[in-house]
Design a protein around this ligand. Structure first.
Ligand code: FES
Length: 165
């Protein structure tokens, strides 16, 4: 059975997750982390479902928690999560041209965070603690140091090619 409008979610899967955390309010963060792992974001219908299933919670409360923590995303994420560091060192060494090159390459419109094909999502983050390698881009946890517009374009082409194979 599934409910929802934006993205089909499996209530069976959600119940499995809730069950493994004993439907406990105190486990809410861990539950949301698991759900995000499953869908790569927190679908609205999953938030509502969790809010009605855990005693002492409401969908509004779960929504509040999900929006409070930066680790949670209410937007669908791409298969490849691109993080462009825009801390001071990276900014000074050209993170903005790199960011613009990514936006152009993925054809992301103003305010659009995920590419139309659902493969890539893009965000800027503050200092990643690797300032010596600035400007830094991280894709699915892998660090790409000293990026330039040309270099990131090659990286994205390579990922796209791998996807097509
Ligand atoms: S400013 Fe980018 S890693 Fe520190």
């Amino acid at each position: 059975m599934s409910i929802g409008n934006s993205r089909k979610i499996s209530t069976k899967k959600l119940d499995e997750i809730l069950e493994s955390y004993e439907y406990k309010k105190s486990n809410l963060i861990a539950i949301l982390q698991k759900v995000q792992e499953e869908y790569r974001y927190l679908p609205e219908d999953a938030i509502i479902y969790i809010g009605t299933k855990i005693e002492g919670l409401s969908p509004a409360t779960v929504f509040g928690v999900a929006t409070f923590y930066a680790q949670f995303s209410l937007e669908p994420k791409g298969k490849f999560e691109i993080k462009v560091c825009d801390g001071t060192a990276c900014h000074v060494r050209g993170s903005m041209p790199v960011l613009n090159a990514i936006r152009n390459k993925l054809d992301l419109k103003e305010g659009q965070l995920t590419s139309d094909n659902g493969l890539f999502s893009l965000e800027t983050v503050s200092c990643l603690g690797a300032c010596g390698l600035a400007p830094v881009v991280v894709i699915n946890g892998k660090v790409y140091p000293q990026m330039t517009s040309d270099a990131i374009s090659i990286v994205l082409d390579t990922l796209l090619k791998e996807e097509e194979e």
